[in-house]
Design a protein. Structure first.
Length: 178
């Protein structure tokens, strides 16, 4: 016979597992959203850099055609300098954006893996095995949803309590539902 305390511990641990999995899913969605935002920012930066590069190249071409003398050489260097500045800015923006995104994704992925590792290790404990056994027998839903004959639920102290029966002294016992 399973002690009620062990059952409570198993149910509490099973509930914790559910919360950790929900948190893991939330973090994964946040990582995906953050990565999509970073990709959009990098794409916008790239488009702006191409426009600036096109504008700088156009200005350089006009300057080359307008002058035949020493001004021609001077404008050519100005255009090349602008082109190099644009290339350096584009490369730096891409590098720092990519690095920041990778570091954030790596940290969040590591945290998710740690949470799943914790959940998996709990599932291999005696309490986790008992909870799994209850689930295989169909009893876990009965316990967590308070669906037994004559069982009732009440809201107490911010939680829902299941009252399955009264003991011989008339005391009612129960457990908190997840």
């Amino acid at each position: 016979m399973i002690d009620e305390r062990e059952l409570d511990d198993g149910l509490a641990a099973f509930d914790q597992l559910g919360r950790e999995m929900a948190e893991t899913n939330r973090l994964l969605r946040a990582v995906r959203t953050d990565q999509a935002t970073r990709n959009q920012q990098e794409h916008t930066l790239s488009a702006e850099m191409r426009a600036a590069l096109k504008q700088a190249t156009g200005a350089s071409q006009e300057a080359l055609q307008a002058s035949q003398t020493e001004i021609r050489s001077s404008l050519l260097w100005t255009g090349l300098t602008a082109f190099l500045i644009v290339l350096v800015a584009f490369g730096g923006g891409y590098f720092f954006g990519q690095r920041s995104g990778w570091e954030t994704g790596h940290a969040e992925g590591y945290q998710k893996a740690r949470n799943q590792e914790t959940a998996a290790s709990w599932a291999n404990t005696p309490a986790g095995q008992r909870a799994y056994g209850l689930d295989r027998q169909g009893s876990l839903d009965l316990l967590t949803m308070c669906r037994g004959n004559g069982w009732t639920t009440e809201r107490q102290k911010g939680g829902t309590v299941c009252f399955p029966y009264a003991d011989p002294k008339g005391n009612v016992t129960g457990w908190y539902l997840p």
